[in-house]
Ligand binder design. Sequence first.
Ligand SMILES: N[C@@H](CCC(=O)N[C@@H](CS)C(=O)NCC(=O)O)C(=O)O
Length: 209
Amino acid sequence: MPKLYHSPHSRSSRVISQLMLMGKLDAVEVIYVDIIKNDGSGRRDPMNAHPEGKVPFLVTDAGETIRESGAIMMYLDELFGQPLSPKPGAPGRGPYLSWMHYYGGVLEPALIAAFAGIEHPALVGTFRTMAEVGTQLESCLKDGPFLLGDDLSVADLIMASAFLWAPHLMPESPEIKAWVARVAQAQDTGAMEVFEAQAQERLSLTEPA
Ligand SMILES: N[C@@H](CCC(=O)N[C@@H](CS)C(=O)NCC(=O)O)C(=O)O
């Protein structure tokens, strides 16, 4: 069984939500770990196998390790028959791969720069800003309710998770707001809240005194 290292209310939460959506949460062993948060609280957990103490982190049945949310989400989707992505050669595969890499290569750096209030020519020149991210999303969402058209995919889960985490950085666009709401609605937020509360509880029981 693959092992997923998870910390509640973090970037690994979207992987839990994806597993719930696929009905595969029971097919993965979840290991609850503490992390150092932005406010300095928490700790680097010796239980966490991630080489930098981050989450999410996945260890496959074969013992290979996978880091980065996008890679982990694609791996799990593929492991369970690709219910949430177009198969190689299928329509939408190109945009799917593009959005998955756009998340880590463009959106996350642009979002963190905006979150930190940093604007530097090297950052803007390389990643652009949240304004350009908004333009890309808006133009894509003209063609359908989700990034790949009619069907929800892992690309929606990872891209919209950024704005669920930082709603104040969501581009001022009714189309984008409606899409984020649709993606949130497709997920079982009630079950997720219960899961995260239990995960937090478990973690506090194992924290060192
Ligand atoms: N790009 C990575 C980012 C992973 C990441 O920074 N995760 C945060 C949790 S939201 C973390 O583990 N922080 C703890 C630390 O940096 O020590 C991904 O999406 O997987």
